[in-house]
Design a protein around this ligand. Structure first.
Ligand code: ADP
Length: 400
């Protein structure tokens, strides 16, 4: 069955068409600048060069219709008719406490997702618009919502509650939710397969280090803690997000820099992280690694603070699970940056972690990077959220 996987942002739409039998990607692409001047569709059919179509996209509905036109195009399309799309899987960012698993979308689901809008005001409305556009253009095709937060719903209360007045939780839903759940679920499951150990007998720490970054503790196949919180701002030092800090800094910076609350929040989300630490050099680890290797202080500062923070969380989650069997690196930085992996693992001697430096040189592939005598397995497992969404979609609508 062909599954169309859709990930809608406020002004973007990423998609992949995946054959669920072979699990091959037939085509993928991205609509950028939806609703803004200069919108364009970048479409890549498997085995061919990308095709760029610069055309106005006033809304997501137009973007979806252009995607469907590209997929069925007589020359560069990969299907001859829309009826060849068996189901659609949507990434939905926030499922609150309402969704602990993926669901087939119906009116009740749409209503429940809408009720989570206040928790993810930039993302959930865009996800809903994407679903509505698909309903309009492909009526009758089953659609599934796969939530970023769902995998983390197994966290115990002691892990998800903040030390705040309890009524903030009961009245305003203030708690840790966690994000990147589809990735943490896929990567921890794949780790169990690679190690040949049943997932329900394994303690895994997943380090999803991309532009956004989160670490999770997965015990016996279930998430018991994760570093992102009510929003994706908490936890790791990220590309441009601050991660953990003293909350009193917000008032202090507002006063000293004469900024409003929303201006401070913009700084914490867009101008902090390794970008901020490197004095605005870059949020991209390729640039920072180059700076580090050239001995530039900006690169060193960013890499050291970043890797120290990840190592601290690995220590915390080892304590939370009373040990760990595996530590896994994934996402853009985790998959591709041997230096960061090595700097993080340098802190883990107390766990009996020993790294095979040759294996650690690999970039972007599935590989065990610990030595045979390492007490904890350390792996790189490339994440594949689109495939995970396609699998969830097939599981719920039934493959044919
Ligand atoms: P997201 O999905 O959160 O946008 P990704 O998981 O795609 O992020 O990660 C993107 C980041 O990965 C880039 O900003 C860059 O820092 C890092 N990255 C990508 N390729 C490399 C590489 N070859 N070496 C080091 N870092 C890389």
């Amino acid at each position: 069955m062909n599954i169309l996987v859709i990930n809608c942002g406020s002004s973007s739409l990423k998609f992949q068409l995946i054959d669920s039998d072979s699990e091959q990607v037939k085509a993928k692409g991205l609509c950028e600048r939806i609703g803004i001047d200069g919108s364009r569709l970048v479409y890549t059919p498997a085995g061919k060069d990308k095709i760029v179509n610069e055309t106005p996209m006033p809304d997501h509905s137009k973007a979806v219709s252009l995607v469907l036109e590209a997929l069925t195009d007589p020359e560069n399309g990969v299907i001859s008719d829309l009826s060849e799309i068996g189901a659609i899987g949507h990434r939905v960012v926030h499922g609150g406490e309402k969704f602990s698993t993926s669901v087939v979308i119906d009116d009740a689901v749409l209503e429940a997702v809408k009720e989570c809008n206040d928790l993810a005001p930039l993302h959930n409305p865009a996800n809903l618009i994407g679903i509505a556009a698909c309903t309009k253009l492909m009526p009758g095709v089953p659609q599934v919502a796969v939530f970023d937060t769902a995998f983390h719903q197994t966290m115990p209360e002691k892990a998800y509650l903040y030390g705040l007045p309890y009524r903030y939780y009961t009245e305003h839903k203030v708690r840790r939710y966690g994000f990147h759940g589809t990735s943490h679920s896929y990567v921890s499951g794949r780790t169990a397969e690679i190690l040949g150990v049943p997932a329900d007998k394994l303690k895994v720490i997943v380090c999803h280090l991309g532009n956004g970054a989160s670490v999770s503790a997965v015990m016996n196949g279930k998430c018991v803690d994760t570093s992102m919180g009510l929003t994706p701002l908490e936890g790791m030092i990220m590309g441009t997000r601050s991660g953990d800090m003293d909350p009193a800094i917000i008032e202090y910076i507002a006063n000293t820099e004469k900024l409003s609350l929303s201006e401070v929040m913009k700084v914490l989300n867009k101008e902090s992280g390794v970008f901020g630490l490197s004095g605005g050099l870059s949020s991209d680890f390729r640039d920072l690694e180059k700076a580090y290797n050239e001995g530039k202080v900006e690169g060193k500062r960013a890499f050291e603070a970043y890797s120290y923070r990840v190592a601290k969380y690995i220590g915390a989650y080892t304590a939370a699970m009373n040990g760990t069997d595996a530590i896994v690196f994934t996402a853009g930085v985790g998959e591709n940056d041997p230096l960061i992996r090595s700097m993080i693992c340098d802190y883990l001697g107390y766990l009996g972690v020993s790294i095979d430096e040759e294996a650690n040189k690999k970039r972007g592939e599935e590989v065990v990077i610990s030595t045979k005598d390492s007490k904890v397995s350390v792996l790189v497992v490339p994440t594949n959220e689109e495939l995970a969404i396609a699998r969830e979609t097939v599981r719920l609508v039934g493959g044919a």
